[in-house]
Design a protein around this ligand. Structure first.
Ligand code: CA
Length: 243
């Protein structure tokens, strides 16, 4: 098969990289493995994989430096897989341009789901073009009507404010991906807005009250504690090459 996706695993622990390799190969991906940061950088630039799984704790350099450097020249999806569980590590990696973050130990189903999400986004959006969203998007009982700039739940208008609508459509654009507080705030209120999570929390509480049957157990927008928010992956549209 000539149209398989190629995943580069940058990981220095053989036991982990071989398990991931097995899982990815079983799901019809090509796999490359780099066991150091310099090797990973060389392979990204030479072999142009479709996606990178990046361990932050590599022997020769910090994975964060790899993200910083790779992002200077490519928007290739990067999923950080790390034993570091501090929120600030996740936020730093995401704000530097990592696309998602998985904490070790992780389940293989979760890993595969995150990879599918990133590859879907890679195909749907070219990284720098302005995002024109048209038509309608359904996630469960929620419908976003981009032309009318309204969101409906169960056929009822949720009566979102302008900013609430913008937040929901931003999260929907990246459905399945975690967006950091800072990313959302700068997108909605502009690049000069100081990162003030409180204003976002207030908006999110209102959004949940309007969208969710039970705001305490949301099904549309999930909280990534200390990091940001993630919208449920929508179903229906599927342009994956493999699986
Ligand atoms: Ca490591």
């Amino acid at each position: 098969m000539g149209n398989k996706y190629t995943i580069l695993i940058a990981e220095d622990e053989n036991s982990i990289s071989s398990i991931m390799q097995m899982v990815f190969k079983a799901n019809n991906y090509n796999v490359q493995i780099a066991s150091s940061g310099s090797q990973a950088m060389m392979m990204i630039s030479s072999y142009c994989p479709d996606l990178v799984i990046l361990d932050l704790g590599l022997p020769d350099m910090d994975g964060v430096e790899i993200i910083r450097s790779v992002r200077e020249w490519t928007s290739i999806p990067i999923i950080v897989v790390s034993a570091r569980t501090h929120e600030r590590d996740k936020v730093e990696a995401l704000d530097l341009g990592a696309d998602d973050y998985i904490t070790k130990p992780f389940g293989t189903a979760e890993l595969l789901a995150r990879v599918r999400t990133e590859l879907r986004h890679k195909n749907s959006f070219s990284s720098n073009s302005p995002q024109m969203q048209h038509g309608v998007l359904s996630i469960g009982k929620m419908v976003i009507d981009y032309d009318k700039r309204h969101v409906y739940v169960d056929g009822r208008d949720a009566n979102l404010t302008q900013n609430e609508y913008k937040i929901v459509s931003l999260l929907a654009k990246y459905a399945g991906k975690v967006l950091t507080y800072d990313f959302i705030i700068k997108n909605i209120w502009g690049p000069n807005m100081k990162c003030d999570n409180q204003i976002l929390r207030v908006n999110m509480a209102n959004i949940r009250r309007k969208l969710e049957d039970n705001p305490g157990e949301p099904v549309y927008i999930f909280t990534e504690i200390g990091v940001g928010y993630r919208m449920a992956e929508f179903t229906g549209v599927n342009n994956e090459k493999s699986l």
